[in-house]
Design a protein around this ligand. Structure first.
Ligand code: GLA
Length: 739
């Protein structure tokens, strides 16, 4: 959706008006973008107080200035009942603080007051706060995206005292919603079971979603959506639905330990606080130093969870991803991991490459096993030289072969890890996270290199730079196969050691940024044993992600459904692998079902092509061609989750519609129908009701009396009846607007 010129002008004027207001004693700041307005002000105590977050207000509407709330009882002082934009722990605050600090003299009281504000772009403002007596300054940054109304918020904490202070807790932002009944939506999981959408009422107390693992984690993802239950458009206890009702959502751009706390206050308002995880935190901030928090993005939709995810998808494409605002759709890849595991060699990979090229694959990716003494997961990580037994002439012959077949070449790496059985570890045993004299717990026989160390950081950047300079590599699958343990960093003074939680991630980002600068054509996938590192922080440097090691096509339907609440299908890699599948007691599914399940995202093939029949090759070739011609609509269009596969649903269906509404692609799955039930009436969404659309079938069919051409209104209101039932059946079709 483009912002009309008049609207853009009004945003600028609003900001100017806000800037003018700053001279007043109770300034009010207002940011408008997309269909949202966000406003906050300075109350009579000079605290920064939220005033409004929701649907867009009229351009001339005034926002009343902030007033602190009264004490509710002697147990709840005004400081705790009054919501703040960034509440520091002090003065009797009992709700979750954004900032908590200990001073060297033992003082732990911090009370932030407004100092000044500086417009920082047409929809952006920096607000400076300072403690009432100490020289601790906090700059809150606000920047609203004019298209989606998604607001980027972060904080920079500065120590202008003469001595260090310890930051025990630092959020990126706090969001406040007015008193109402709400449902919290959040994503949890585990290895091979990521992306479960949880929905629960927000009752008294707090719900914490977090990672203490030094990384984003499979177990919870730094995203939330809060739907309003009692909005006019909703019904039932978990009401604001898929396409109706008010939803506030947020995503934290951080790939280290993080925490989001959702609490219902004594006044029944909801506050969301998110940023660095305070668990084992303790950032020693020296005089003159700054600590910059991650960015916490927040947005609003009055079109339910579907509307919220469409805004996020658009935002990720337009503002976050490396080639924003127009990252190109992902090449269809082949990856041999599930076919060969560590058993890679020149002849075997070349044979697979030939077969992959014959079905229309664009990119051939060699996975784990090509380097060092890597025969299995016991050895080799850290030794990033080509294994001469497997590739006697280096990688060049394979890369040349892949190029001659019309594909580009990608390679698997796991740069942050080391096996104790490696040359690197034998040479640098001190390079791993550890506490001296304590055990070094291994997972998958590997340890985590301490990227916070400048020498480790430089080693990693150096070997990757060399690899990319010496070989024509278009793509890196960047893996990360365990979480932290014993996160010690003994090369720096004791009071600096906990900085590892911040410096590790900053160095990871800086390596990625440098590599992308030096090798502008490189594309990168963020993988962490599946979906363990997917967040808006890594997505500034990664073009795509691997959502899960679980490639069972039926399981993937629910995972992909969960994934798309927070992330765009553009980055959602989905491979077609072998059947029977290794999980779920070797469930068997047809190649067509597997292909259609994966075609909902960015398609890849991960099967052992040496076992395919001529019919399999023909099916895959036909469906890859169909995918190529529909891909842009699938991964860049507006996504409607028509029928959810969650909770053991017999059926599921998704639809994506191009932004000009001229094309759509619909996928439908019957997973294990019962009692002869037919597929539910499929009513499409997002088409132009007045335009005519013609259906063309990629796979499957509708009931014989279905018209071939009908209006958008017909497809959306009357709907169509698919002929789809049984176990693991799939259909896909394209409604195309007629000229
Ligand atoms: C992780 C990845 C897999 C594969 C293996 C290789 O588990 O998620 O896709 O690359 O590592 O060891």
């Amino acid at each position: 959706m483009k912002t009309p010129r008049s609207l853009a002008t009004s945003i600028v004027l609003t900001l100017l008006a806000a800037a003018t207001c700053m001279a007043q004693t109770s300034p009010v700041f207002r940011l408008d973008g997309g269909n949202s307005t966000y406003a906050f002000g300075v109350n009579e105590r000079r605290e920064l107080q939220p005033l409004y977050w929701g649907g867009r207000l009229g351009a001339r509407d005034g926002i009343p200035p902030a007033h602190s709330f009264p004490e509710m009882a002697s147990f709840d002082s005004s400081y705790t009942t009054t919501p703040q934009e960034y509440a520091s722990w002090g003065a009797g605050l009992f709700t979750e603080p954004a900032l908590k600090v200990t001073f060297p003299d033992g003082n732990r009281d911090l009370v932030l007051h407004f100092v000044s504000a500086t417009p920082n772009g047409p929809q952006a403002v920096d607000v400076l706060l300072k403690d009432i007596s100490r020289e601790i300054y906090v700059t809150l940054r606000y920047s609203m995206d004019p298209e989606t109304g998604i607001l980027a918020r972060s904080a920079e904490i500065e120590n202008r005292e003469k001595q260090p202070v310890v930051i025990e807790q630092a959020a990126a932002a706090q969001w406040t919603l007015p008193p109402a009944r709400y449902t919290l939506n959040y994503l949890t999981g585990r290895w091979a079971g990521e992306w479960t959408l949880n929905q629960e009422p927000i009752l008294g107390g707090a719900r914490v979603i977090e990672s203490r693992r030094g990384t984003t984690g499979h177990q919870a993802n730094p995203w939330f959506a809060i739907s309003r239950d009692d909005s006019h458009a909703s019904v039932g206890p978990f009401a604001a639905g898929e396409e109706h009702g008010e939803v506030w959502f947020g995503a934290l751009a951080w790939s280290g330990s993080w925490r989001i706390t959702v609490e219902r206050t004594q006044r029944d308002a909801v506050r969301v606080t998110g940023g660095f995880n305070p668990f084992d935190f303790g950032y020693n901030l020296n005089p003159g130093e700054h600590l910059e928090t991650p960015v916490f993005y927040g947005g609003y939709s009055d079109h339910g969870l579907g509307g919220a995810s469409r805004l996020l998808h658009r935002f990720e494409i337009a503002r976050i991803l490396p080639h924003a605002p127009d990252p190109k759709p992902r090449p269809v890849i082949y990856n041999s991991w599930e076919a060969t595991e560590f058993n890679v060699n020149e002849a075997g990979q070349m044979a697979l490459a030939e077969k992959a090229a014959s079905i229309g694959v664009d990119r051939f990716v060699m996975d784990d096993g090509w380097f060092g003494q890597r025969k299995d997961d016991h050895a080799g990580l850290g030794d990033w030289y080509v294994n001469k037994e497997k590739f006697p002439h280096g990688l060049k012959p394979l890369i040349d072969k892949v190029h001659s077949l019309g594909m580009d070449f990608g390679l698997w790496v796991e740069p942050e890890m080391v096996n104790p059985d490696s040359d690197l570890y034998r040479k640098h045993p001190d390079w791993v996270l550890n506490f001296p004299g304590r055990p070094r717990s291994e997972s998958r026989n590997q340890l985590v290199l301490n990227l916070a160390r400048p020498d480790v950081r430089d080693y990693i950047e150096g070997f990757l730079d060399k690899l990319l300079t010496e070989n024509d590599i278009a793509f890196l699958k960047w893996d990360y196969n365990r979480n932290w343990s014993e996160p010690g960093w003994d090369q720096v003074p004791v009071d600096e050691q906990k900085r590892v939680y911040v410096e590790f991630i900053r160095n990871l980002y800086s390596i990625l940024a440098e590599l992308r600068k030096k090798h502008p054509k490189i594309e990168i996938e963020s993988c962490s044993g599946g979906g363990g590192r997917v967040d808006l922080g890594i997505l500034r440097y990664a073009d795509e992600v691997w959502p899960s090691d679980n490639t069972d096509p039926f399981d993937r339907l629910s995972m992909q459904d969960g994934f798309t609440y927070a992330y765009t299908p553009q980055i959602m890699m989905a491979w077609v692998t072998d059947s029977p599948h290794w999980l779920n007691n070797k469930r068997s599914t047809s190649l067509t079902y597997r292909m259609l399940s994966s075609m909902q995202g960015s398609l890849g093939i991960g099967a052992n092509l040496n076992h395919w029949t001529a019919e399999d090759f023909a099916t895959a070739k036909r469906l890859i061609a169909a995918y190529h011609s529909a891909q842009r609509t699938i991964v860049r269009g507006d996504l409607y989750r028509l029928i959810s596969p969650r909770d053991g649903s017999e059926f599921s269906s998704t639809e994506t519609v191009s932004s000009d509404k001229s094309r759509a692609v619909v996928f439908a799955f019957a997973n294990a129908t019962q009692e002869g039930r037919g597929f539910p009436l499929l009513q499409l969404e997002g088409l132009d009701p007045a335009a005519e659309y013609k259906l063309s079938w990629i796979e499957g069919k509708a009931r014989p009396d279905t018209p071939e051409i009908a209006s958008g209104a017909w497809w959306m209101r009357h709907g169509l009846q698919l002929e789809l039932r049984g176990d693991f059946q799939a259909a896909a079709f394209r409604p195309d607007r007629q000229q």
